[in-house]
Ligand binder design. Structure first.
Ligand SMILES: NC(=O)c1ccc[n+]([C@@H]2O[C@H](COP(=O)([O-])OP(=O)(O)OC[C@H]3O[C@@H](n4cnc5c(N)ncnc54)[C@H](O)[C@@H]3O)[C@@H](O)[C@H]2O)c1
Length: 347
């Protein structure tokens, strides 16, 4: 058993379930989140918290005390919703970039053995050759992807300048239990499940033929743990992808089949996708609608060879099984049985 493990963003979707997995394996945990987007209820099991949450902003000078002497820091805290990043660039850069610098600085000063950073496949947003490989040149322009790419560069810099052990993971579309369905613009899978379980027609954008690579939460936990332990993870960047792209319509039909509903979605133009964030379309230079259309219609597919070759990791959970687990969880949540950590649907 290793020593203390820190998770930033631990009250969020992925962080909470990584925490639960590590808790069950008997690790000592320090969980950090400022609850700006996460929920303490994600850290409950049978009504009780399974580990203590430190309500701390990753930009705080107090961070170093929480991180000190950790065996591993999983750095997941971020402003993760794309329209929030785009409409509040100073906040997003402050947390996603400067916050990451604070985590890395605390880690290197505090004798942390390894940092595992959660980056995103969104940094490939302008790439046109598929599947995307980790060494492909990237040129992200949206604030979220740009901030993550800058944070990746910081990780590389701390590795080079201080010899800090850092591994970077680039998640594709992660889905599963505990995806946040309460926020203003919930992620696609969680949103469709929520609407269908409540008997409403989901509002989707474009024509539903856009295809993306989806990866199940428990597979993400597996690669995070491999990045914590594997000697060859150090200095590496790894796509966290299933290597299979599904269309919105295919995912929709799978969810509708699991829920057992004949409700059909309503489609709206892609340019209206971020209409709940009107500031983006105001001012003297409003956002170019073509950029948003491109983002909505974006195709994604990740190359998985590197993670398989270096870490022996490959996504295992079939999409239908993962979606069923997500539906089961949301059914419980909506039935008022609390957001308690599932006894992991796939475990
Ligand atoms: N979910 C996905 O499909 C996906 C894909 C690619 C990358 N990622 C990345 O993975 C990580 C986890 O994603 P998620 O889906 O669980 O997101 P999430 O929004 O559910 O979790 C992020 C957590 O970070 C916390 N946080 C935000 N700012 C903070 C701050 N200043 N100090 C402390 N905590 C703060 C939030 O409260 C939240 O609980 C994020 O870095 C995200 O960008 C997620």
């Amino acid at each position: 058993m290793s020593g203390k493990i820190v998770i930033t963003g631990a009250a969020g979707f992925i962080g909470s379930q990584l925490a639960w997995r590590l808790y069950r394996a008997g690790h000592e945990l320090v969980l950090i989140d400022d609850l700006s987007f996460g929920y303490e209820s994600n850290l409950l099991i049978e009504g009780k918290p399974f580990a203590e949450l430190h309500k701390l902003d990753i930009r705080s000078p107090e961070l170093h005390r929480a991180i000190e002497n950790a065996d591993c820091v999983f750095h997941l805290a971020a402003v993760s919703a794309l329209p929030v990043n785009q409409s509040e660039p100073d906040r997003a850069i402050g947390i996603n970039v400067a916050g990451t610098a604070n985590v890395l600085e605390a880690a290197r000063r505090g004798g942390v053995r390894r940092v595992v950073f959660a980056s995103t496949s969104a940094i490939y947003e302008n790439n046109t050759s598929f599947p995307c490989r980790e060494d492909d040149p990237v040129s992200p322009a949206l604030i979220y992807s740009l901030s993550k790419w800058q944070a990746e560069r910081l990780c590389a810099a701390f590795g080079k300048v201080y010899g800090l052990e850092v591994a970077v993971t680039r998640y594709y579309n992660v889905y599963g239990p505990h995806q946040d369905i309460r926020r203003k613009s919930p992620p696609f899978v969680g949103y469709v499940i929520r609407e269908l379980l409540q008997g409403r027609a989901p509002v989707l954008h474009s024509n539903g033929e856009q295809r993306r690579d989806y990866v199940y939460l428990e597979d993400v936990n597996d690669i995070n743990i491999a990045c914590m332990t594997h000697p060859d993870a150090v200095g590496g960047i790894f796509n966290v992808a299933s290597g299979q792209a599904y269309s919105v319509n295919e995912i929709y039909d799978l969810i509708a089949g699991i829920v057992g509903t004949a409700i059909r979605p309503e489609f709206r133009p892609a340019a209206r996708f971020w209409e709940k964030y009107p500031s983006l379309f105001e001012g003297r230079k409003p956002m170019d609608p073509h950029i948003l259309e491109k983002e909505v219609d974006k195709f994604t597919l990740g190359a998985t060879e590197r993670a398989e070759r270096v870490l022996g990791w490959k996504a295992r959970v079939p999409i239908a099984d993962g979606l069923r687990a997500a539906v089961d969880y949301t059914r419980h949540l909506l039935a008022g049985q609390g957001a308690a950590t599932t006894k992991n649907a796939m475990a």
